[in-house]
Design a protein around this ligand. Structure first.
Ligand code: GTP
Ligand code: MG
Length: 450
């Protein structure tokens, strides 16, 4: 679909030799070609037809992003542009932020199939704080570039049947205020202009008078220029379309009216908007720029929009991304640097860092182990001290108890001795007592008998 960049050819040629050698071969191949005339029909003049057939067979894809405040007629314009009614539920507008809604359609005109994606920034401009409104749009565009880049970087890539979701054009809907651009419009367009082809359009142009419209267009363009916003310029390098594109560039921003309603005007049915005071014909160039927009967007520059997306915006994204990852085309002395060299340099850098990290981790581990070891030793010493203290305490206690036991034993022995002595005394006393009793009894008996 896209021509292979020269650098890629060069890279492919360098499998064993250096980039310089490959570049030299490529230069010789292109410079040393001789012009020869053919003496008969060969057939490669059918190349354009082969390309057309292949493209028709593959089908085309086109992705449109509509950015503009709620109710500016975005959906109506899409329906009008493609002469159909894209189903789609009305979006809720009470959400806290802007969110992106993408719908895919398959259209067919004659034998040409078109995969069309219409992406809407739902809720754009609905919030009180609009500072972050552009963010989700930018993120969405980048995400599509990233998906393509990831596919491109795969070893087994399938770009020929990859569903390309990169945004080819952003229709930026400007409210028909007649005054100037809102800061939201300027900020958003500025954030988007390096990422997507912007075509600014004045929406609902039937609500602004002819004189005001001219002034409004001039004001918008001067504001865009003074704020450094780059909008898409219809290309003038292809002479077949240079004239029409040049003229149309001067008509930007297109002031459009959308309507799917068909009204009978004369004896023809026409798309128009009917008002109590008259009818606005969508396809009448003296009423609005709808036809100019359709001509430029679909009939003349659709392929250029696709190409610009790939060669300009995607290329920029890819370059920044690869540079962010550390890849370079030239070395510090501005000499060409092959992808392989960059890869090897990066790999070595990475391995070096890995080794450094490993060493750091090892040292950290050793330090930790040492720390733990000394902590454990400290704890062991404390335990030993505690044990010794307890042991001493225990021995003191034991000694005290033994002393106490000894004194108690002594007391017991002394007591026992005293007890034995007392018992002895008691038994002696008893003995002498009973002898005296017997003696007294005997004496009493004796005295009784007398
Ligand atoms: P959201 O998706 O909700 O943000 O709205 P939208 O931008 O898709 O607007 P939509 O196409 O739904 O149109 C909103 C209203 O504006 C409808 O009533 C349309 O009929 C009307 N409308 C659409 N285009 C025009 C136009 O060119 N001029 C005028 N005067 N009204 C229009
Ligand atoms: Mg809508």
């Amino acid at each position: 679909m896209y021509s292979v960049p020269a650098i890629a050819i060069r890279q492919l040629l360098v499998s064993g030799g250096s980039t310089m050698a490959a570049a030299e071969v490529a230069r010789q191949m292109s410079e040393g070609a001789r012009n020869l005339s053919l003496s008969g029909h060969v057939g490669f003049d059918s190349m354009p037809d082969q390309l057309v057939n292949k493209s028709v067979c593959q089908g085309f894809c086109f992705n449109i992003l509509c950015v503009g405040e709620t109710g500016l007629g975005k959906s109506t314009l899409m329906d009008t542009l493609f002469n159909t009614r894209f189903e789609g539920d009305p979006a809720a507008h009470n959400q806290p932020g802007v969110h992106i809604k993408s719908n895919n359609y398959e259209l067919q005109e004659s034998n040409v199939r078109l995969k069309l994606s219409i992406v809407n920034s739902v809720g754009f401009g609905d919030q009180i704080n609009k500072e972050e409104s552009y963010k989700s749009i930018v993120e969405f565009i980048d995400a599509q570039f990233e998906a393509y880049l990831q596919e491109e970087l795969k070893i087994k890539r399938t770009l020929h049947n990859y569903h390309d979701s990169r945004i080819h054009v952003c229709l930026y809907f400007i409210a028909p205020t007649g005054h100037s651009l809102k800061s939201l419009d300027l900020v958003t367009m500025k954030k988007l202009d390096s990422k997507v082809n912007i075509i600014p359009i004045i929406a609902k142009a039937d609500s602004i008078s002819k004189n005001e419209l001219q002034k409004f267009k001039i004001k918008i363009m001067s504001e865009l220029v003074s704020n450094g916003v780059q909008i898409y310029q219809f290309p003038t390098d292809d002479e077949t379309v240079a004239e029409i594109n040049g003229t149309m560039n001067a008509h930007l921003p297109f002031a459009v009216v959308g309507s799917t309603e068909e009204i009978k005007i004369g004896n023809k049915m026409m798309k128009a908007r009917q008002y109590p005071w008259g009818t606005v014909q969508v396809e009448n160039e003296s009423h609005c720029d709808f036809v100019k927009l359709r001509e430029m967007l679909i009939r003349v520059n659709m392929e250029d929009l696709r190409e610009q997306t790939h060669t300009r915006h995607y290329e920029l994204y890819r370059r920044c991304k690869l540079e962010e990852m550390g890849f370079k085309d030239t070395d510090p002395d501005n000499k060409p640097f092959s992808l392989q060299e960059t890869y090897e340099a990066k790999r070595n850098e990475f391995l070096g860092e890995l080794q450094k990290k490993e060493e750091e981790m090892r040292q950290m581990f050793v330090m930790r182990v040492k720390e733990k070891e000394s902590e454990l030793k400290e704890a062991e010493k404390e335990l030993h001290d505690k044990f010794d203290r307890l042991k001493k305490l225990h021995q003191d206690e034991k000694k005290k108890l033994e002393d106490k036991k000894k004194s108690l034993d002594d007391e017991i022995n002394a007591f026992k001795q005293r007890k034995t002595a007392a018992e002895l005394l008691q038994s002696q006393a008893q003995q002498s007592g009973s002898q005296q009793t017997l003696k007294r009894e005997k004496e009493r008996k004796n005295s009784g008998f007398l």
